[in-house]
Design a protein around this ligand. Sequence first.
Ligand SMILES: Cc1ncc(COP(=O)(O)O)c(C=O)c1O
Length: 302
Amino acid sequence: MNFSKLEAIKCPTPFREIKDIEEQFGVRLIVKEDYQTHPVISGNKWRKLKGNLLHMQSQGYEGIISFGGAHSNHLYALAGIRHLLQIPVIMLVRGDGFDPQNETLTYAKDNGVELYFIDRAAYRVKEGGEIASKVISEFPNYLVIPEGGSNQFALAGIQELYVEIKEQVPDYSHLVLSMGTGGTAGALLSYLKNARSQMVVYPALKGDWMEAEIINYAQFFNKSDSQIPNLLTVRSDYHFGGYGKIPSDLLVFIDEIKIKYDLSLDPIYTGKAFYGLMADIKNGMYKPGDILVFIHTGGLRK
Ligand SMILES: Cc1ncc(COP(=O)(O)O)c(C=O)c1O
């Protein structure tokens, strides 16, 4: 493992204000450009993997075994880790097999990630599945990282993100971000002690289980804080039909934001969250004087 190569990671990541929002709505909107950590190991992927890498180093693990979807940013980031740090990576991928049209799989394969494909039923049981348990037993000195990287070691990197935000925008009132597993939101929420600062989450998935999931993560990271539920608002109407669904009006919105603010958004996570945020600013959910920090969690591809 060559950790000196981690210099390629850019932290703290920059932030910038979207000026005309305050003029129009009295609300300040600041974008924390966390996608700028690294072009491949980007945003919350880096934040969650960092603590895992340090744990690997301190415990002498030789490689990583993880789980992910065939298009996932997690798989893409781990392929980047494989490339940058020369750490062996085995990925258990939900899907039928290698698809050369799939850029994520191609990038992973080209960079030496060992791919095993498992069907949905086996994927659901993760480590318990036949292929997964066989691979894990064959490589006992590999660290097993869950889907999305949301485990206890993820907390350290998310804490660094939180400290950066507090230093860059000390008087913020709301942290705003997307959600997949809820690990990033849950870890951040576990730090929000100040009752004035709230968290608003715009999930990329359809469903009504997100709030409970984020609170579960927050309590897992910060063993039970009774204040936690009061600080969280989940806006679950901006999933655009569900995870991975990309209707044309979403793409039009993403293009408009790029042109107007020179801000790139991905269509799976940050595009939907930013759309919801702008809609809620317009409908008056946020009040004049509020200072919103939108955390751009990454997901942009080269
Ligand atoms: C770009 C991006 N944003 C947000 C998320 C959601 O993060 P979490 O799974 O921690 O909720 C992901 C997860 O894959 C992601 O890739």
